[in-house]
Ligand binder design. Structure first.
Ligand code: AKG
Ligand code: FE2
Length: 154
């Protein structure tokens, strides 16, 4: 599919500076994909911290250790992340930080999501729950097998 068919519409959210930093506390974006371009030249701090991708149902669930990821901005470079990737920005400790944020939305993806119940292909918590269900299922099957006397056949 042509990218322009998938991401409609794309728009500019804001250029954030130090003074707007309260906006960047822990959140998910109302986008499918966000492009964050670092325009500041000299600053320190302002790192992004990512804490796992979540569907609407699991946005407040715990973070698994392996989902923790921190990113330090590099002037002139951009980071592209999923809008549903929970994230925030640490305070700028010196200088002026400016970031250009592009929120890219997909009406196709949003329409498809309305008919789906299982988001385990991208939500970390749906994945964890699915694994847990599988483990419980294997345990129950083993137990039923052993209770049925099948254990002697191994
Ligand atoms: O860089 C910031 O201050 C905000 C970052 C953010 O929220 C984003 O990349 O979506
Ligand atoms: Fe954001």
């Amino acid at each position: 599919m042509h990218p322009s068919a998938f991401f409609l519409p794309t728009f500019l959210e804001a250029v954030r500076t130090n003074t707007e930093e309260s906006l960047a506390s822990f959140h998910v974006d109302d986008s499918e994909v966000t492009l964050n371009v670092c325009l500041g030249k000299q600053f320190s701090g302002g790192e992004l911290y990512f804490r796992g991708i979540r569907c609407e149902n699991h946005v407040n669930s715990e973070t698994q250790h392996e989902e923790m990821y921190d990113y330090s901005h590099v002037p002139g470079r951009a980071v592209l992340h999923r809008g549903r990737h929970r994230h925030g920005a640490r305070p700028t400790t010196s200088g002026l930080r400016m970031n250009l944020l592009l929120w890219c939305r997909s009406s196709v993806f949003r329409e498809m999501k309305r008919y789906q119940k299982d988001f385990s292909s991208w939500c970390g918590e749906c994945q964890r729950e699915k694994r847990e269900r599988q483990i419980q299922c294997v345990k129950a099957t083993k137990l039923a097998f052993l209770r049925g006397g099948g254990g002697g056949m191994i």
